[in-house]
Design a protein around this ligand. Structure first.
Ligand code: AMP
Length: 170
């Protein structure tokens, strides 16, 4: 079984010129879903114990949660502005047009916590970089960035300053 066979390409979504990588066929297939989570967990083989996995809203929540279970770590949601109920730290970052803001609960990370950041797709890297900045502001250590896939032609990894693992590269 090949994870790649369960990623569906949707041209011109959400706007013309974007080839959207749709993971819903992967999520819908039990064997593919478990295989993907197992492989993501195997991407981390460091000596340091991961304390918490961060999943980025919304597609990063699903495999991020499964990854946390496999690494025996806690899970932290990073969400779009205005969704988290408690005190937050925020980070705005540039998009192609305008900016977006991500938030994390102010007490989500303890000083020195070892953090793995998970999302479905690494594209330009702006999202993952913003999350990494939030982790550092709260005193955490980014041990790995972990993605199902990476769009290599967008050079997102150049923005990131910790080891990067991705199962697929396009
Ligand atoms: P970026 O900040 O450019 O690295 O974008 C990463 C975020 O946007 C991730 O949360 C992805 O889910 C989403 N994303 C960006 N490009 C795509 C794409 N071609 N297909 C699916 N999701 C994407």
């Amino acid at each position: 079984m090949n994870i790649e066979d369960f990623i569906r390409d949707i041209p011109d979504f959400p706007k013309p010129g974007i080839l959207f990588k749709d993971i819903t066929p992967l999520l819908a297939n039990h064997k593919a879903l478990v295989r993907c989570a197992d492989q993501l967990a195997q991407c981390y083989s460091g000596d340091v114990k991961i304390d918490k996995v961060i999943g980025i809203e919304a597609r990063g929540f699903i495999l991020g949660g499964m990854l946390a279970e496999r690494l025996e770590a806690g899970f932290i949601p990073v969400r779009k502005k205005g969704k988290l109920p408690y005190e937050v730290r925020s980070k705005s970052y540039g998009l192609e047009y305008g900016t977006d803001t991500l938030e994390i609960h102010a007490d989500a990370i303890k000083e020195g916590d070892n953090i793995l950041i998970h999302d479905d797709v690494l594209a330009t890297g702006g999202t993952a970089k913003a999350v990494s900045d939030l982790v550092k502001e709260l005193g955490g250590v980014v041990v790995q960035f972990n993605f199902i896939m990476e769009l290599g032609f967008l050079h997102g990894r150049d923005k990131l300053d910790a080891p990067i693992a991705s199962l697929l590269e396009y």
